[in-house]
Write a protein that binds this ligand. Structure first.
Ligand SMILES: *Cc1c(COP(=O)(O)O)cnc(C)c1O
Length: 343
């Protein structure tokens, strides 16, 4: 399998050239450790300028840590966090958020296409208010969602209005934040602090880094002592510049946005091609870089036998993910293989 002959995940892809180059530049000289270096300063300033606001920025190794530590900073161990039942923090983080917060409970809400609705959140907040129930303190939204859909600025505003009513903090799992910004064609501030997001976990990994997520606190009060939380959790990189320099590579010339646009366009090409074929149905609307399709088991098996890689998701639909590295030729080859297997 060559690097890009797969649709398993955006994190199968390698490091984009701009990030690689920045890492190489950071390797030329000694620099202070633990984030006291010039690259970390530049990357943090770059994120402040990108979001057009004075936010606090921390870099950690992966998304599970970013989410878990960010959520832990939003409440006490007796609080709860409302998230969608399909949320990564519920299904794929091995209890990380509960562990990092010493026991805060996740309360699962519903909503079509992987999106929490204000009604579902309100139901969870109001169904119990007694001392025996963990008190809701935060809402976690995934943007773009686990099923490749996006919250519009209006939807986010409605959730903020409700959150204000019940004094809830808002956390955003931005594993695919870049893809959401690209798809909505908005300024990053319009789906974060301007609609009351308190903390964003902005993924570099799925956008084209080797590793490294930025935890961005728009609500700076929540960031109090966050560096100690990171250190205790084993998330303070001593050679921090190897995370932050590649971030500089992503931020310069909006490479992050170009990477996301490319991934989204690749998924659109794939979805459009698949939609034209018989017996194949899109399970969710294709909005970012993932295509979720229902196709016969035998066809899936035959594609895998040809070497294609992809995961199955919820009720057997195939999840086909594109990244910065997905080429049109690979998309077309996949479509050609499907057509050939169907004939
Ligand atoms: C990939 C992903 C993460 C982060 O996962 P790690 O493997 O811990 O880096 C978080 N949320 C969502 C929705 C993801 O897809």
């Amino acid at each position: 399998m060559s690097r890009s002959e797969q649709f398993a995940s955006d994190n199968y892809s390698g490091v984009c050239p701009q990030a690689w180059k920045a890492m190489e530049a950071a390797n030329r000289m000694d620099e202070p450790a633990y984030g006291e270096d010039s690259w970390t300063q530049r990357a943090s300033d770059g994120l402040r300028s990108l979001f057009d606001t004075d936010c606090d920025v921390y870099f950690v190794f992966n998304g599970t840590a970013a989410n878990s530590l960010a959520l832990a900073s939003m409440g006490q161990s007796f609080h709860s966090v409302i998230c969608h039942e399909l949320a990564h923090i519920e299904t794929d983080e091995c209890g990380g958020p509960e562990y990092a917060s010493n026991g805060a409970k996740l309360l699962l809400g519903q909503g079509e296409n992987g999106k929490l609705t204000p009604e579902s959140i309100e139901h969870l907040v109001t169904k119990r208010t007694d001392i025996h129930y963990p008190k809701p303190k935060a809402v976690s939204l995934t943007q773009a969602t686990e099923v490749g859909t996006i919250y519009t600025p209006d939807e986010l505003r409605d959730i903020r209005t409700l959150a204000d009513q019940y004094k809830l903090n808002i956390h955003m799992d931005g594993a695919r934040f870049a893809n959401a910004v690209a798809a909505l064609d908005v300024h990053p501030s319009e789906i974060t602090w301007k609609v009351g997001v308190d903390v964003l976990c902005f993924s570099g990994t799925k956008n084209g880094l080797a590793l490294g997520e930025a935890v961005v606190f728009f609500n700076k009060a929540l960031a109090e002592d966050f560096e100690w939380r990171c250190k205790q959790a084993g998330q303070l990189a001593s050679k921090m510049r190897y995370i932050s320099a590649p971030w500089c590579g992503l931020l310069e010339n909006n490479v992050w946005l170009e990477n996301a646009r490319h991934a989204n366009a690749s998924a659109k090409r794939l979805a459009d091609g698949l939609a034209r074929l018989p017996g194949i149905k899109l399970r969710y609307p294709r909005q970012v870089n993932g295509v979720f399709v229902e196709m016969p088991e035998a066809l899936q098996a035959a594609l895998r036998a040809k070497g294609w890689r992809f995961y199955n998701f919820i009720g057997g639909s195939a999840r086909l993910m594109c990244s910065w590295a997905t080429t049109p030729a690979v998309v077309d080859q996949f479509l050609a293989d499907v057509r050939q297997l169907q004939s």
